[in-house]
Design a protein around this ligand. Structure first.
Ligand code: FAD
Length: 373
């Protein structure tokens, strides 16, 4: 049967693997001109370890995982060290959790996809008409196709969700933070550290593929164009301008550089949908059930949902109506569990007040001294 997947990232690539492996004819349409690079290291954990093992890629993921790096100084607004963050506190480098860069994981999944999957890069779906004979799709470049199933794996601001299920505001809930990432020029000697003021965290880290900066800012929802990168760079600079010590001037310059690699900016949000399937169209990954970056579960959920959808749909001979309740019963409890994790992450990563920051730093100090003992 013919399956069209919109989006070539964790959810889309994993879905392409599973639908192709299960014997379907698969096309992937991706708006970017290739796999979108960038992103901080992500976690493959929980049920995704089983999914990747069944895909035969867990060993490769383990081989390319990030080793726990040296403890990171935690700085106050003046740039003075006030605590140490031992990253094992987050990384959970146990048998149940593998941390790997997003680019490496994307490439591993891509390499595993069976031959014969068609990729349309630089394209997107313009319209979807779910008819009795199949789902008729027109692409923005004028191409057309008829599919048995269309899978929206096109992220938080999903195009498929908007076209079939309705506007973003009906499903996406702002979680109170914004995140920005950038690859830093490697000719400069960056201090690897995390600086906090209430409501703002800036960290510089090098996980093996070069230095990278991350900003997390607590902020109520802002109205901006998700495609306007200049507007996003201006918003990031407004957040960063609150601090002038440390290597902030250089970091502001790096984030403001339109030629810098690895630029990423988005709200930290969750997607909540009563149903992820409508007719013969499904949404998975951040499009359907984004758990928010602070949960550490986004990639895991995306991969698990991709396998569950492909296997359930195939076991039901491509009868989406029959597969739908089984798929929902399988995924709903796991999605709810993963989305709940996000509530813990925010106050730790971005304490909102000086008091909360001091308490968090005391916890870091206590953990570091326990490890040293
Ligand atoms: C560049 C980038 C950096 C990221 N960095 C981090 C990070 O540091 N930490 C973290 O926790 N999460 C990060 N994420 C999100 C993380 O990848 C997801 O939360 C998770 O892996 C679930 O993946 P997903 O495939 O559902 O969504 P995403 O990874 O967001 O992928 C969606 C894909 O759909 C494509 N797309 C969007 N619109 C269209 C369209 N109209 N037509 C066709 N394709 C479209 C996008 O280009 C993208 O390739 C990042 C995502 C991206 C794209």
């Amino acid at each position: 049967m013919k399956v069209l997947i919109s989006g070539a990232s964790m959810a889309g690539l994993t879905a392409a693997y599973w639908f192709a492996r299960l014997g379907h004819s698969v096309t992937v349409v991706e708006r970017a001109d290739g796999l979108r690079p960038g992103g901080a290291p992500i976690d493959v954990r929980g049920q995704a370890l089983g999914t990747t093992e069944r895909m035969g890629i867990l060993a490769e993921i383990n081989a390319q995982k990030i080793a726990v790096v040296a403890p990171m100084p935690v700085l106050d607004a003046s740039g003075t060290q006030v605590a140490t963050l031992d990253l094992s506190w987050f990384a959970n480098e146990t048998d149940h959790d593998v941390e790997i860069t997003r680019d490496r994981l994307n490439q591993i999944v891509l390499n595993a996809i069976p031959n014969g999957v068609d990729f349309f890069f630089n394209s997107s779906i313009a319209s979807i008409a779910d008819q009795p004979g199949g789902v008729d799709v027109v692409f923005v470049d004028g191409r057309q196709g008829r599919y048995d199933l269309v899978v929206g794996a096109d992220g938080l601001h999903s195009n498929v969700r908007k076209l079939v299920f309705g506007p973003e505001k009906d499903y996406v809930r702002h979680f109170g933070y914004y995140v920005a990432l950038i690859d830093l020029p490697s000719h400069r000697d960056w201090q690897r550290a995390m600086l906090n003021i209430p409501g703002l965290t800036i960290a510089v880290r090098d996980t093996g593929d070069g230095p990278q900066a991350m900003m997390l800012a607590a902020k109520a929802e802002l109205d901006y164009d998700h495609r306007n990168l200049d507007a996003q760079r201006k918003m990031i600079d407004d957040f960063l301008s609150q601090v002038s010590t440390w290597q902030m001037p250089e970091l502001r310059e790096a984030f403001a550089d339109p030629t810098a690699k690895g630029f990423y900016f988005d709200s930290v949000s969750q997607t909540h949908m009563p149903s992820w399937i409508k007719g013969n169209v499904a949404v998975i990954g951040d499009a359907g059930h984004c758990a928010a970056l602070l949960s550490g579960m986004g990639t895991t959920l995306a991969m698990v949902a991709a396998e569950a959808l492909a296997t359930t749909w195939t076991e039901n001979d491509g009868n989406t109506l029959a597969a739908s309740p089984i798929y929902h019963d399988r995924m709903r409890p796991y999605v709810e569990q993963c989305q709940a994790f996000a509530h813990e992450g925010g106050p730790i990563m971005v304490p909102p007040t000086q008091e909360a920051l001091d308490t968090r730093n005391a916890t870091f100090r206590e953990y570091a001294s326990k490890l040293a003992a």
